[in-house]
Design a protein around this ligand. Sequence first.
Ligand code: ZN
Length: 131
Amino acid sequence: MLESYHLSTNREGFTNITSIVEQVLEKSGVSDGLCVVFCPHTTAGITINENADPDVVRDMLLGLAKAFPDRAEFRHVEGNSTAHLKASCVGSSVTVPVQGGRLVLGTWQGIYFCEFDGPRNRTFYVKVING
Ligand code: ZN
C-alpha cells in the first residue's frame, strides 16, 4: 500500500507529519516492519528531528541558511540552488522501524516535511512494509 498526501507550504519551513504517518501505519494493520516516508521533490525533503522545542526547527533553518547561502557563482537558471542544496542535505526520505504496530521513534523525535522553495503544493508518500 502506497499512500500519497498533499500539503500547501510556506516559503520555507518544516511541517510535522508524524501523525499522518501514524494514521497510515494504523490503517495498514502492519504490526512489525518498516515505514518509509518519501518526498518526490528536488527542493523539499524529509527529515527526523526534535518535536518538543519549536526553536530547534527555527535553528535548523538558520543553520542551513548559513551553510548554504545564495552565491553569485551559481549557474542554475531557476535561481533556487540553495533550495536544491538544502534538500539534498536533509535527504528525500526516512525509514522508521515498526514494532507492535507503532513507529519506533525516540521520545523527542518527529517526522518533518521540509520546504525550501515554497510556497508550493507538495506531495509526499508513505509506504508500510510488513516483515
Ligand atoms: Zn531549481
